[in-house]
Design a protein around this ligand. Structure first.
Ligand SMILES: [Zn+2]
Length: 424
């Protein structure tokens, strides 16, 4: 009987988030990503993709779950996975999620997992899975190359070409070899094209922060995701370039240290809810571990012009009392629409009454349409299947060799015709 590698995308052929891909060969299976959908399905029973043996004890044919990167839309259902299914994820990503779960106890915990390392193949039954590092702002983000039954499939994961590591794209293009199928993210392929969505590079974001902080006369407060490490790196370097100390709240500082970043590059401010969490759980070792780095409201009040504070937005009321927000420069380094939303009304009010000037300095974690198209053209793939996109039909018109699939549809990977077998 001819051996084939079969694929089905459970979620992602026409939406962003909730990614889940199942691959089968020789009677065995693996899964790439078990993500939480961005919008909950109408029926709760539709939340878990229909993968036998993933959520309850199966027949043993499901060999493992591979998580491409530590964002909830890719790992958010992993805590529901049956104990018998091994999970694989980058070790620094695991460390960051473990830290995160202390401060966000209601978020899904990430179960213990086996490590993934750049270009170190994992062999499971008929499958060889090789992670290739990609640039997506978080720790341990990978594209996953699956080889089985003589076929080669690359799942791009989420990535960008305008981050600090464009060499990751070059490395894949130059070395991944001939592919039968490329599953490529198309998050930013949208109606209207890329003209409206040109991204500054992460380097340009850093430069804008350097200039803003250098010109600032009083306090500088930045708001950024604690798991967007590329951004925290940019802000930290910009703060130090201006001779200011870089202050993270205890949550972001714990993640920073867990990621292996230098602890002496930061100071630590424990916000009221974070201190409450420490008291409630008697986890005093957490504050002891950063005792030499702590900064208290009195010091913030005394020398705001020597600091850059990077905090949760929920901390604005607390730090308002120190005066650091008075006539301050605020760097909003997240999606701009988030600040305009209803949930940020009181944050906006506090910033306004302190006369703080808000600058939007941000760039996306996803590749531009231009970079996506160039990547697809340069990678040698016989078939290209868009995933993680709201606009599959626009992807089909943009990506050469694109073939649209529907959620839940199994298909066999078509191989190179006889006599042209791939040797890459
Ligand atoms: Zn995603």
């Amino acid at each position: 009987m001819e051996r084939v590698l079969a694929i089905r995308i459970h979620r992602g052929t026409h939406e962003v988030g909730g990614t889940c891909i199942e691959l089968a060969a020789d009677g065995e299976r693996i899964v790439l990503d078990a993500g939480m959908p961005m919008t909950p399905p109408r029926r709760c029973s539709d939340l878990l993709p229909d993968v036998p043996g993933l959520w309850a004890e199966g027949d043993g044919s499901l060999r493992g779950l591979f998580i491409s990167h530590p964002h909830p839309d890719h790992y958010g259902l992993a805590d529901l996975v049956d104990d018998d299914v091994p999970i694989f994820m980058g070790p620094r990503a695991q460390a960051v999620l473990r830290e995160s779960s202390f401060f966000i106890p209601w978020a899904p915990a990430f179960p213990p997992a086996l490590p993934l390392e750049h270009r170190v193949p994992v062999e499971l039954g008929p499958f060889t899975v090789t992670p290739w590092r990609v640039d997506h702002g978080a720790e341990d983000c990978f594209a996953l190359l699956v080889e089985a039954a003589g076929s080669r499939v690359l799942y791009s994961g989420d990535w960008r070409g305008h981050g600090p590591h464009p060499e990751t794209v070059e490395e894949i293009v130059a070395n991944v070899g001939r592919l039968d199928t490329l599953l490529v993210e198309g998050t930013r392929i949208e109606i209207g094209g890329d003209d409206h969505h040109i991204s500054p590079t992460e380097a340009a974001v850093e430069q804008a922060c350097v200039e803003l902080i250098a010109a600032a006369r009083r306090g500088v407060v930045a708001f950024a995701s604690a798991q967007n490490f590329d951004r925290l790196d940019s802000l930290q370097r910009a703060a130090h370039a201006a001779g200011r100390e870089f202050v993270l709240d205890l949550y972001a500082a714990s993640l920073w240290i867990a990621s292996g970043r230098p602890r002496d590059a930061i100071r630590v401010f424990a916000t009221r809810p974070q201190r409450r969490r420490i008291y409630e759980t008697e986890a005093f070792e957490r504050t002891r571990a950063v005792r030499d780095l702590r900064i208290f409201p009195e010091e913030i009040a005394e020398r705001p012009e020597e600091l850059v504070l990077c905090l949760r937005t929920s901390a604005v009321h607390e730090i308002e009392d120190t005066g650091v927000l008075l006539d301050a420069d605020v760097i909003w380094s997240m999606w701009e629409g988030y600040l305009q939303g209803e949930s940020m009304a009181s944050t906006r009010q506090v910033l306004r009454r302190n006369g703080a000037r808000v600058s939007f300095i941000h760039t996306s974690g996803h590749a531009t349409a231009t970079d996506l198209e160039a990547f697809v053209r340069r990678v040698d793939a016989r078939e290209v299947v868009p995933i993680h996109t709201r606009s599959p039909h626009i992807c089909a018109g943009t990506f050469p060799g694109a073939r649209l699939r529907t959620d839940g549809e199994w298909w066999d990977v078509a191989r190179e015709p006889e006599g042209h077998a791939c040797t890459a």
